[in-house]
Design a protein around this ligand. Structure first.
Ligand code: SF4
Length: 1012
């Protein structure tokens, strides 16, 4: 994209930035002398030298360096002879933490947040650079005594630690280098270069008088910041030097365009649109952005969306754009949250880490998910090995060769995965944050996937930084803090930094704006927040305290002045066309954003109306560019919007869009169909199908499924006819261990064990005598569940354990509440039938239940308990409920089809008892027991077995409704339903409308619901 390249407009036509001109002059005057240009950063130096080459055709004996690099070169030989090394920022951070922890504190907190440590580090380094000693700090009459004493102590310890470790920070470096000189070298200093007092002393001595200050474009109306080297007056060459004082400008104003867009993405698209529309060669465009981290990432995103735009990023892209940095970030998240399985799974699935040999990342992710790990170090290998055993068991039973091959492969993968994860876990640090850095380095080194040279470079930088951190004796006390530092390291690196390249738009931070000398300079993101922005005061030393310590410490007013100067300087360097823009809405939540006053100043300068106000600016900005392109459409999404947009509004283009996307069309038809008054297939009224009639299909059904059908036929359709299953994840809920279903299963297992034990001992339940046994057995079952489902914390586990134990008192007195003829001797427990997936089940065959009218249905299920009653051949069937009893009213029998279990299990129990050799078994009572605290005491709900015929008639009616294709949504119980995402929020309302409209399917169900 970008069209035919037009002939470049050479900046020579309108001149070069003052810095390039003055540099060119000195190179002409001293062509062969050794010259060093001091610069603020590598990137700035690279841009300046490239522009100089374009301006002069080349140079001799000139290179760029930062002052710190030059100082290190000057002392390198001495330093290495003395065994001294430069301390990087991670090392300095570690030493500051050590110094903080070694200081007795009353002013600063014991558990400092990392932000406070970072602020202390910044202030300490500033204090050291300004040459202020611990004694001076303590002697300050302005600084609060405790604060001064503790800061002085931290400073003293910090300095001592540097000595101890033979390390040099910048202050030491400049002090050591202060006596060094290189008289043959000319030092070239841009007039706005910042330097501390120590740095200036070094520069002065190094060049032994051969220092040349390079004039730069001035920023009229703003004094040069105090930290800048030069005190010389530079002369303005362009009108843009007068951005802050437009009324003083006497020069002709270069082309300036100002525009706004709704959102940063649209702002970027508008920039690209102007470039493409005007056929501006990409290599003539520079994009300068104040918020570089945010905009560089967005620029890359929009570039990828549109395609064809090519960008280079002078200061690179945020580190998290590269695989190894993302892997480190996720590793820290995994570590700090007790190893949640989904985080590791995402690392495998996304290709962030290496899976075992011959297992793909996706297979590894699936294995982790199926192992139901949840979280916690001790569960990974246990659960993966359990998974291997599961597969092995299935393998033993499987006879089909194809399935056996599949299971063999699964087993091999699971075994490899268990070994692989064991290796990963062996790298993890112990408690606290002590060895997090080395663990992270080993993890990255061993498992991080590197896909390109640039990712390789990022990995190397990350490993270097992690090793620096690992060398420090002191680490943040908590694992969480250590992990936050790891994440900060992942974010601190940059990736793919590049010099300007032919055929590419070059993106730079605002501080380097104009240095590439490109003809078209766009400055984006000029909101009020970017400039002037807000000023956060230093949290460690106030302005007054800083002033009391000496002139070299920066105060708030100076920070603001410097910010204004840097913005003005970027503009004053522009020699071609200038484009200024901002986004009218914030990056999050669409909050309204105001333009920077700089835009108003630019408008005053461009329009010549020096009294123009914000209303004039708003007129000049016009309508912000939005999502619907008024002009050239970039990319497929804009093309669609341009086809259906008219003056910023979208026409109804449903027909065209639906014509292009048939799946959307059928979805749309379904929505329309659901709006009809009568039920149709999209509501769940399906055409009659023999497969729907369970009496014909002979597919076994459970009592719970039939009750579910009565509550909401659509949920039955999803779960039982279509057989859809939700993926099972063990998700961490900070305040809960077991969900109601799991708690119920745990208690059922306890009831089974306890009653079986009593039966074996031929004892009747006695609360006083059996409380100890109950406690022991319950703890046994709880311990088994703990292995299956890890608790989020010990506190939550203990709280839930206590509640479970409290329910024992209710359970042990259960029999006192069973009315006649119910009390009997518990004889059979957890009797399952027709449960193919229950290998330990009592009877794999389903039970055939005869229905009114001569038909029958096959039933599957599990009966909790069958009691032998005193009367020969009489039995009671009980189902344990661990929830609330409020829906189980004594006066009800089937509760509109929602309570059928007692009917069906009574029928089933008689056949099963017969299978078990019990002669003439007759169930005379069946019902529900609620032996937990949740039911507010012991509740027993017996149902009269003599009414069984009524219940079976309801079952028959439900099966009739099902056979006729009724799978409507009633909206009853949506809150606890797995299918909520597939239904509308107003299903209950729609059901009411259907019944009110006299829909025959709804009426059929309502008839069932009317029965008690
Ligand atoms: S969400 Fe509601 S309407 Fe949908 S299936 Fe579940 S219970 Fe029925």
């Amino acid at each position: 994209m970008g069209g035919r390249l037009k002939k470049s407009s050479d900046p020579e036509v309108c001149g070069w930035p003052g810095l390039i001109e003055s540099l060119a002059r000195i190179c002409e005057e001293c062509p062969v002398d050794r010259k060093i240009l001091l610069v603020a950063s590598h990137h700035a130096g690279q841009l300046i030298l490239q522009s100089l080459a374009r301006r002069s055709g080349g140079w001799l004996n000139l290179r760029a360096a930062t002052p710190a690099e030059l100082a290190w070169e000057a002392v390198a030989a001495d330093a290495s002879a003395k065994g001294l090394a430069a301390a990087d920022d991670i090392t300095i951070e570690g030493i500051v933490i050590e110094a903080y922890q070694a200081t007795r504190r009353s002013f600063f907190p014991d558990q400092p947040p990392l932000g406070l440590l970072a602020a202390i580090q910044r202030t300490l380094l500033e204090i050291r650079n300004a040459g202020i000693t611990p004694e001076q700090l303590r002697a300050s009459p302005v600084i609060q005594a405790e604060k001064a004493r503790e800061l002085a102590a931290i400073l003293k310890h910090y300095t001592a630690a540097l000595r101890r470790d033979s390390l040099l920070d910048d202050t030491d470096l400049y002090r050591l280098a202060a006596g060094k000189s290189s008289p043959q070298t000319i030092l070239l200093l841009p007039s706005s270069l910042k330097a501390t007092g120590l740095c200036r002393q070094f520069i002065k001595s190094y060049a032994a008088g051969r220092v040349v200050t390079l004039a730069e474009d001035p920023v009229e109306g703003v004094a040069l910041p105090a930290a800048c080297i030069s005190k010389t007056e530079d002369t303005a060459a362009t009108a843009l030097s007068f951005i802050f004082v437009p009324a003083q400008n006497k020069r002709s104003v270069p082309p300036i365009e100002i525009f706004a867009a709704a959102g940063a993405r649209n702002e970027i698209r508008e920039v690209f649109r102007r470039i493409v529309e005007r056929r501006i060669p990409f290599e003539e465009v520079e994009l300068a952005v104040p918020d570089y981290a945010t905009y560089s990432a967005l620029l890359e995103d929009v570039e990828a969306e549109i395609g064809g735009i090519r960008l280079t990023f002078g200061s690179g892209l945020p580190g998290l754009r590269s695989g190894p940095a993302r892997t480190l970030f996720s590793f820290a998240e995994w570590l700090s949250n007790d190893l949640p399985e989904p985080v590791l799974r995402a690392l495998f699935a996304g290709g962030g880490i290496r899976p075992p040999d011959e297992v793909t990342g996706r297979q590894a992710a699936r294995l982790l998910r199926s192992a139901q790990i949840g979280w916690g170090r001790e569960r990974y290998v246990d659960r993966l090995e359990a998974r291997c055993r599961d597969i092995e068991e299935r393998l033993q039973e499987e006879e089909d060769d194809e399935k056996r091959d599949y299971l063999e492969a699964q087993k091999l993968q699971a075994e490899k995965m268990a070994a692989h994860v064991r290796d990963i876990l062996s790298l993890l640090p112990g408690e606290g944050g002590a060895s997090c850095f080395s663990a992270a380095a080993e993890f990255l080194n061993a498992y991080s996937v590197v896909r390109s040279e640039s990712e390789g470079a990022v990995l190397k930088r990350l490993l270097n930084r992690l090793c620096s951190g690992a060398r420090q004796a002191s680490q943040p006390g908590t694992l969480r803090d250590a992990c936050l530092r790891l994440q900060a390291i992942a974010q601190s690196v940059t990736v793919d930094a590049s010099a300007p390249a032919p055929g590419h738009i070059h993106v730079v931070p605002l501080t380097a704006g104009g240095l590439s000398c490109r003809q078209h300079v766009f400055i984006l993101g000029l909101s009020e927040a970017a400039f002037p922005g807000t000023l956060a005061n230093d949290p460690i030393l106030t302005d007054e305290e800083r002033q009391s310590l000496g002139a070299d410490l920066t105060v708030s007013a100076e920070v603001m002045r410097e910010r204004a100067f840097r913005f003005g300087q970027a503009l004053s360097r522009v020699r071609g066309n200038l484009y200024l823009s901002y986004s009218t809405t914030g990056l999050s939540a669409g909050a309204r954003v105001f333009p920077s006053p700089l835009l108003l100043q630019a408008h005053r300068l461009a329009s010549g109306n020096h009294l123009a106000g914000y209303e004039d600016l708003a007129k000049a900005l016009g309508v912000p560019s939005g999502f619907i392109p008024e002009r050239l459409a970039l990319g497929a999404d804009e093309w669609w919007l341009s086809q259906i947009g008219v003056k910023g509004l979208l026409r109804d283009a449903q027909e065209s869009v639906l014509g292009a996307y048939p799946d959307l069309k059928s979805g749309r038809s379904a929505i329309s169909a659901r709006e009809e008054a009568a039920a149709g297939e999209h509501d769940g009224k399906l055409a009659r199908d023999p497969d729907f009639d369970l009496r014909k299909s002979r597919r076994p059904v459970s009592a719970t499924a039939l009750e579910g059908y009565a509550a909401c036929p659509r949920s039955f359709l999803f779960s039982h006819l279509l057989g859809i299953e939700l993926p099972e994840d063990v998700a961490l809920e900070p305040g809960r261990w077991l969900d109601p279903l799991e708690r119920g299963r745990l208690l059922h297992e306890f009831y089974r064990r306890f009653l079986s034990r009593l039966k074996a001992a031929k004892q009747r339940r006695d609360p006083a005598k059996h409380v100890q046994l109950a406690d022991t057995l319950l703890d046994e079952v709880i311990a088994e569940w703990r292995k299956l489902v890890p608790p989020p914390s010990e506190a939550v586990f203990e709280a839930e354990r206590t509640v479970l134990h409290r329910s024992l008192g209710v359970f042990l007195r259960e029999e006192d509440h069973v009315p006649a003829p119910g009390p009997g001797v518990p004889e059979y427990f957890e009797i399952s039938f027709g449960m193919k997936d229950d290998p330990g089940g009592s009877s794999p065959e389903p039970v055939e239940v005869a229905l009114p009218g001569g038909r029958s249905v096959l039933l599957r299920g599990r009966i909790d308990r069958i009691d032998r009653l005193a009367q020969p051949g009489a039995w009671a069937v009980w189902d344990y409920k661990t929830g609330k009893a409020k829906d189980f009213k004594a006066a009800k029998y089937t509760a509109g089809g929602s309570q059928l279990q007692h009917v069906l299990y009574a029928c089933a129990a008689e056949q099963i008892l017969c299978r078990l050799g019990e002669k003439n078994a007759k169930v005379v009572v069946s019902g529900y027991l609620f032996p937990t605290e949740r039911s507010d005491g012991n509740v027993c709900v017996p149902r009269d077995a003599r009414r069984r015929g009524e219940g079976l008639a309801v079952v028959n009616d439900l099966l009739d409704a099902m056979a006729s294709g009724i799978f409507l949504a009633t909206g009853d119980g949506c809150r606890y339903c797995n299918w909520a995402a597939a239904c509308s929020a107003d299903e209950a309302e729609r059901w009411k409308l259907l019944t009110a409209a006299g829909d025959e399917s709804a009426a059929a169900m309502e008839k069932i619901y009317e029965q008690d």
